[in-house]
Design a protein around this ligand. Structure first.
Ligand code: PGA
Length: 256
């Protein structure tokens, strides 16, 4: 049974694959593995145009559907944008908010906060991405993560915090093949919980799932999961390779 403590593995397909046919094949392959592990939650976030069709292939309980972004307004003259309500209508449950690739295109902390609130208002589950550009010896990167968390959660009341998942994604590790070490990940997930405890309280902070993302693959997942002490992963490149992603799903077993 899936609970708010179940491991969560999210496939962020980014702007891939090229065709609906390829998307369907990839989705079906991942779903086959996900079905075997129903004590963990597997979510696929495809590009917007594939959501409706893939939503039909995701009957309850097998694979969850995610979106890679959203706009914060509900409707109106916002060319090219998609609202949280529209996403919900396609069967989306999770929405990635504040991914570094969106931030690089100009999304700032204020926009991220508005998007987070819009997602919660539509009764969807945000996955808030935070992470530093680079690491420095003095540890200033911790402050970067604290500021991102504090800004994004400004309008989130304590009662809603449990619906938020945090993904720690150091920018230098995304798509580079250079993952953070398990020790780095463990340290940052503890730090994230500390920041959440200061913003809310320990009980509320304890209900939040913290994921790691950044060059997670079939080889490093075991170590990252065992020693990184995270609740799951946000996976880009390896989520386009069914064999690798299957291994990531298999490895991310519930912790007792
Ligand atoms: P990556 O991407 O696994 O390809 O590094 C992770 C992400 O951007 O969420």
């Amino acid at each position: 049974m899936i609970t708010t403590h179940s491991p969560l593995i999210v496939a962020n397909w980014k702007m891939n694959p090229a065709t609906p046919k390829d998307a369907k094949e990839l989705f079906v392959a991942i779903r086959a593995t996900a079905k075997k592990f129903n004590d963990r939650e597997v979510v696929i976030a495809p590009p917007f145009p594939f959501l409706t069709e893939l939503g039909k292939l995701a009957p309850s309980g097998s694979v969850g559907l995610g979106a890679q972004s959203v706009f914060y307004e509900e409707k109106g003259a916002f060319t090219g944008e998609v609202s949280a309500t529209m996403l919900a209508a396609t069967g989306v449950q999770y929405v990635i908010v504040g991914h570094s690739e969106r931030r690089a295109l100009g999304e700032d902390d204020v926009v991220v906060a508005k998007k987070l609130s819009a997602v919660l208002k539509a009764k969807l589950l945000p996955i808030l991405c935070v992470g530093e550009q680079t690491r420095d010896a003095s540890g200033a990167f911790f402050d970067v993560v604290k500021e991102q968390l504090t800004a994004a959660l400004t309008d989130v009341p304590k009662s809603r915090l449990q619906h938020v998942t945090i993904a720690y994604e150091p920018v230098w590790a995304i798509g580079t093949g250079k993952n953070a070490t398990a020790a780095d990940v463990e340290e940052m997930q503890l730090y994230i919980r500390k920041v959440l405890t200061n913003l809310y309280d320990r009980t509320a902070a304890g209900k939040v799932r913290v994921l790691y993302g950044g060059s997670v693959n079939a080889k490093n997942v075991e170590m990252l999961y065992r020693e990184g002490a995270v609740n799951g992963f946000l996976v880009g490149g390896a989520s386009l390779r069914p064999a690798d992603f299957s291994m990531i799903i298999k490895t991310t077993e519930p912790k007792v």
